[in-house]
Design a protein around this ligand. Structure first.
Ligand code: G3H
Length: 543
């Protein structure tokens, strides 16, 4: 509903008001998990799953809808999963790591075909499990399919470029990329499909074997894909574990069998995980972590554009994006008009259930999130900030109306904490050094947005900021995409770089075959090449 008819107390639907297309026919009582090519059935303890969407009883009460459950596996199954991955890798002798690139691509193509059949079911589960609106849930699914297809094309290109031999100083060589071993992939709850697959798929296609564990929320949506994983890949190449992180991920890490950790989550958890590995130097990490991206809004900005981009940047998917604008620095001379316009826009955001037409603000999946956000507001108020929009901070159970907070200052928690939700803190500034000092002193180092039109000033900000952050957006919100662009960060924000082509590199190592150019070596190598005896030493060109 748009804010003119907005009553947060009656926001949740009765069962009869849920559109038929999005109703869940039955609960998802997931018992299945995939290990060694076999879908096993779990009969032990389970984790109940509740939707952030509440169902109204029609008498003023509303309860989070029970969606089903998933297995709470134990150390035993976790170790079985990693053993299965290690067995499939078989120290590099396995069928998957020694397979030709062309054949591996065929397996991934088979997977993506099977995955595409499950679109409606996965999209519906995205809405129910994490409260993402329909259009963003569809985008997440479609973007993931595109990412996989682009990955295939990027690998073909990489392979073509390395399909020739090089001769240097009397040595002949073929230089390609080889897999790392066993990769543990763990995605976040806000992009549970996309961000898991942007590490899982490149890891797989490069010849690694994998164990994959979904985040705490956004688990059931992977269930429809289990059979596709089983049928599209050789046994043990993809294994899944579910359950409490301490119970299953701790043993995986301390087993020492993880060659590469792909984790999107908090830097706190990443630190714990890395230090559980007994031989840390052996493990490569690909991490997407915390961020508190700032916008700097300069006096000569195009005001409407800055307001619109700030709104999108701060509040798309309720602000639950690692790339969200989480703090806005606005020049004092324009703060008044900026706040007025942004407040009006926020008040007009459509709040409702994920499937509602054009809805922008939806229920929040994290336990206790509304009370956390309320605490941040109270803390800011105690230091003199005010909620600028009339509906800001109103909440009912899992629904929280976005709050525009002003003036925000350094002693407030929201100045430094990553709120990861619908709070928009605005800091007034006189001197450009104030936001620059903020970025310099911050523990985060992902991106920033600059709004202004003076070429000298923008250029003078770009040059130092690219040395502090990894992407500077000009008159545009912060974002990860397009996915062929590098996505990374400094400080506590990331380790390593992801993009369609970078991901292929981070899950592989350059390896080469080299030989002194003697007559006998020429004959030997020619013989191997002519009869296609090796998948690595090969001049085959993928078309
Ligand atoms: O949560 C972090 C995501 O990578 C952000 O992606 O900027 O495309 O929403 P996005």
């Amino acid at each position: 509903m748009s804010n003119s008819s907005f009553n947060i107390q009656t926001i949740f639907p009765k069962t009869s008001q849920i559109p038929k297309k999005f109703k869940l026919i039955a609960k998802y009582e997931q018992k299945e998990y995939l290990i060694g090519g076999e879908i096993r059935i779990w009969n032990g303890a389970v984790q109940q799953v509740y939707s952030p969407v509440c169902i109204s009883d029609g008498k003023g009460g509303a309860k989070q809808k029970a969606l089903g459950s998933y297995p709470l596996l134990t150390e035993k199954e976790a170790i079985e999963a990693i053993n299965a991955a290690q067995h499939a890798y078989n120290n590099g002798f396995g069928q998957w790591p020694t397979m030709s690139v062309e054949q591996r691509i065929k397996h991934v193509e088979d997977f993506v075909f099977r995955m595409a059949q499950k679109r409606d079911e996965v999209v519906n589960l995205l809405m129910w499990e994490i409260g993402k609106n329909l259009s963003d849930s569809e985008k997440e699914f479609d973007r993931t399919i595109d990412y996989i297809k682009d990955t295939i094309e990027a690998l073909k290109e990489l392979d073509r470029n390395s399909s020739r031999l090089v001769i240097e100083k009397g040595i002949l060589a073929q230089i390609r990329r080889a897999p790392l071993g066993v990769v543990l992939c763990m995605g976040p709850y806000n992009y549970p499909l996309n961000e898991t697959f942007t590490t899982l798929i490149p890891a797989l296609i490069m010849g690694n074997t994998t164990v994959f564990k979904p985040a705490k929320m956004g688990v059931l949506l992977h269930k429809p894909l289990l059979e596709a994983f089983r049928d599209a890949f050789p046994p043990g190449v993809v294994n899944t574990v579910y359950g409490d992180g301490k119970a299953v991920v701790g043993p995986l890490m301390s087993s020492g069998k993880v060659d590469s950790l792909a984790f999107i989550g908090s830097s706190r958890v990443a630190n714990i995980l890395k230090h559980q590995h007994p031989r840390l130097h052996r493990m490569r990490s690909v991490l997407g972590l915390d961020a508190k991206n700032a916008a700097i809004i300069l006096p000569d900005t195009d005001m409407d554009l800055a307001v619109n981009e700030s709104l999108l940047g701060a509040l798309s998917y309720n602000g639950q994006r690692c790339t969200a604008l989480k703090i806005l620095f606005v020049h004092k001379s324009i703060a008044h008009i900026f706040l007025e316009k942004l407040s009006t826009k926020i008040e007009n955001l459509k709040i409702g259930m994920p499937w509602d037409d054009g809805v922008q603000i939806t229920p929040l999946p994290e336990d206790g999130k509304a009370s956390y956000l309320t605490d941040l507001i109270k803390d800011a108020e105690s230091f003199g900030a005010k909620v600028m929009n009339p509906s800001g901070g109103k909440f009912n159970a899992t629904v929280f109306f976005p709050a525009l907070l002003y003036p925000v200052s350094p002693q407030m928690r929201v100045y430094n904490e990553e709120q990861f939700g619908p709070l928009v803190p605005v800091v007034p500034f006189d001197d450009i050094q104030e936001p620059l000092d903020y970025i310099t002193n911050s523990n985060y180092g992902q991106q920033a947005s600059l709004f202004g039109n003076n070429p000298e000033q923008i250029a003078s900000l770009i040059d130092p900021l690219v040395n502090q952050l990894s992407r500077i957006n000009i008159n545009s919100q912060c974002q990860r995409g397009p996915d062929i662009f590098p996505f990374t960060g400094r400080k506590d924000s990331a380790e390593n770089t992801l993009s369609v082509s970078d991901a292929l590199k981070v899950f592989s190592i350059r390896a080469l075959v080299a030989a002194k150019l003697t007559e006998s070596n020429k004959i030997l190598i020619n013989n191997i090449l002519q009869d296609n005896k090796s998948n690595f030493l090969s001049t085959d060109f993928i078309l």
